[in-house]
Design a protein around this ligand. Structure first.
Ligand SMILES: C[S@@+](CC[C@H](N)C(=O)[O-])C[C@H]1O[C@@H](n2cnc3c(N)ncnc32)[C@H](O)[C@@H]1O
Length: 294
């Protein structure tokens, strides 16, 4: 008889964005409450899940509020800029870490049974990681770190991230899979949006710096939040017979593992769609990391 794991997690999703953790949870439990300061993100979350996150600055959320939720798991992807080269890597000294520091204080008081955090790989060498490890030890959670990239899961897109998985019952030590990525054409829109093509002038000026892939490629670069505005270092561009174009938000959402019925609010600008996706999780990878929790 097959062994089916039923964790039945009751989770809080902090820094919820598009709800990547909620998508990734599948049958492992439910998100009982979500928090994000961005009304733009929360509008998209509400559209897809029918429930709104709390539009709040997490540095000001009270202990009594979190305690009252009676959650047994915390899921979070704090802002990555304090741990990125582009964000100058100031770690806990960065003002954007205030919410994380506050949550680390609430962690001691509320003692969830499980925690899963995702961030850029720079997080691993940061003072924030040292703080998290110390707090997890203090509340008696065993933890493991996983360095994961969608390319290991057969997805032709780089998005290297660290996942810290912690549980009072322990964490599995499975090896991530090693699946050959499939070609990009599996992820493309049936009808392409011709407005996404770059002008000849832009290609002449920036072409040499662009990361260009074809429909046959089995790789693409990490798409960041600024993909709609920046050209170099922000993600890949697709070479077709017609020219060179950006990937559409739909195509990026497929590479990130979002389901076919995932939608953006119709009036959301293209740049905001790219921003939300670029800040988000790869759902296949996040689901695997969740599956390591006992
Ligand atoms: C890296 S993204 C998380 C993305 C999310 N996991 C997803 O699946 O889309 C960080 C999110 O945290 C939110 N955020 C940043 N600082 C915050 C704060 N101080 N309080 C609440 N939310 C914050 C941002 O609006 C953003 O949506």
């Amino acid at each position: 008889m097959a062994f089916i794991r039923t964790l039945d997690i009751r989770a809080i999703e902090f820094f919820s964005g598009l709800g990547g953790w909620r998508y990734a949870m599948k049958g492992l439990g439910t998100v009982i409450s979500a928090y994000d300061i961005s009304e733009v993100a929360n509008t998209a979350y509400r559209l897809n899940f029918g429930e709104s996150p709390n539009t709040r600055e997490l540095a000001t959320v009270s202990l009594s509020e979190i305690r009252a939720l009676n959650a047994d798991a915390w899921l979070m992807s704090p802002p990555c800029q304090p741990f990125c080269r582009m964000g100058r890597g100031k770690g806990l000294m960065d003002a954007r870490s205030a919410a994380f520091i506050h949550l680390m204080d609430l962690l001691i008081e509320t003692r969830p049974q499980r925690l899963l955090l995702e961030n850029v790989t720079g997080f691993f060498e940061s003072d924030a990681f040292a703080m998290l490890a110390e707090r997890l030890a203090r509340i008696g959670l065993a933890w493991r770190c996983f360095n994961l990239c969608p390319t290991q899961f057969g997805v032709p897109n780089r998005r290297p991230r660290v996942f810290v998985a912690a549980s009072a019952s322990g964490v599995l030590n499975n090896r991530p899979p090693s699946i050959e990525p499939s070609p990009i054409f599996n992820y493309l829109d049936a009808a392409e949006d011709t407005d996404l093509y770059l002008s000849g002038d832009i290609i002449a000026r920036h072409g040499a710096g662009l990361d260009i892939v074809t429909v046959e490629s089995r790789r693409s670069a990490c798409f960041i939040g600024g993909y709609g505005k920046r050209l170099v270092g922000a993600g890949s561009f697709l070479q077709t017979e017609r020219g060179i174009r950006r990937f559409s938000p739909g195509e990026i959402s497929r590479l990130l593992g979002y389901p076919p019925d995932f939608r953006f609010p119709p009036d959301l600008s293209l740049n905001n769609q790219y921003k939300l996706l670029g800040n988000g999780l790869n759902l296949v990878v996040a689901g695997w990391a969740l599956g390591q929790l006992l």
